[in-house]
Design a protein around this ligand. Sequence first.
Ligand SMILES: Cc1cc2nc3c(=O)[nH]c(=O)nc-3n(C[C@H](O)[C@H](O)[C@H](O)COP(=O)(O)O)c2cc1C
Length: 335
Amino acid sequence: MPDLTTKYLGLTLANPLVHSASPLAKNLDSIRQMEDSGVGGIVLHSLFEEQINRDINELDEFLFQGTDAYAESLSYFPEPQEYQFGPDEYLEHIQKAKAAVKVPIIASLNGISTGGWIGYAKKMEQAGADALELNIYFIPTDPALAGSEVESTYAALVRDIKGSIGIPVAVKLSPFFSNMAHVARDLEAAGADALVLFNRFYQPDFDLEELEVIPKATLSAGGESQEFLLPLRWTAILYGKVECDLALTTGVHSAAEVLKGLMAGAKVTMMTSELLTNGIGRITEIMADLVNWMEEKEYESVRQMIGSMSQKSVPYPSVFERAHYMRALSSYRVG
Ligand SMILES: Cc1cc2nc3c(=O)[nH]c(=O)nc-3n(C[C@H](O)[C@H](O)[C@H](O)COP(=O)(O)O)c2cc1C
């Protein structure tokens, strides 16, 4: 039996398959079922900055920059009763999850600006979370807001949170920066212990009958899905360029994506859509497939695979990327 253990955020995980934040983590039975199925770690669903700020009545200047319609903007958000967990219930849920299972529990804070709300990071630590995942999900739409300003706000947020707690912090972020590698270094310098690549953006559709925008959480696709290739590529590029851990999320549906993610350089690969679609039992099947593959190819450990197909040994990655792009286009044959 190969050694499946991996070290992520200073924690030793039994294997590299982690449940990424999803509604499955709202339910203690599902959390127990994930552990019984052999999951390596569990990220809880997020507690949002806006939920906390509603509680502490704090204005979020960054989010509302460029608008003088704070009250109106608030109406875009769900009403407090629509969240299954308020801030205090969330802390209780961490305690209950910790008492229910032995696998590491990573709490998730979802926000974009520094402020009083980050006091909840400390409360999450006190509630027993083994680590914190900070999801920075922000779509800048104000033309006056420079990319560099967005990036320094991210770094300031990470710095403030790191300064307020002792447990490790992972930062989940989007791929949309002019230089992802630079942002990764900045976040690492601000104290990030891991980067989670990447947030999946929910792209709302229009309802033509009601003439409304429909906010819909769509699931990623498995098989030949292209979505997985974006985090895969950036994991391979960043491995060796930053010292913090890398986690890969989006499009992991089978052992093949777990293996590719590890070879690109991820310490863990994360899964949501597959578990929501085909059930928590998929964890056991995927782990069995992973072990079979490793035994067949005579790999002794997960550690041995991590980063083996990264771009670390490529001396000029930008040239390599451009060359691959040109080869891909010129190799296409019409008809
Ligand atoms: C219904 C649903 C709820 C989610 N809730 C959260 C959340 O609370 N916090 C978070 O960081 N990510 C959340 N995600 C994103 C997932 O953790 C994951 O990053 C994303 O779905 C991509 O992974 P996948 O391809 O395995 O689904 C959610 C995704 C879905 C589909």
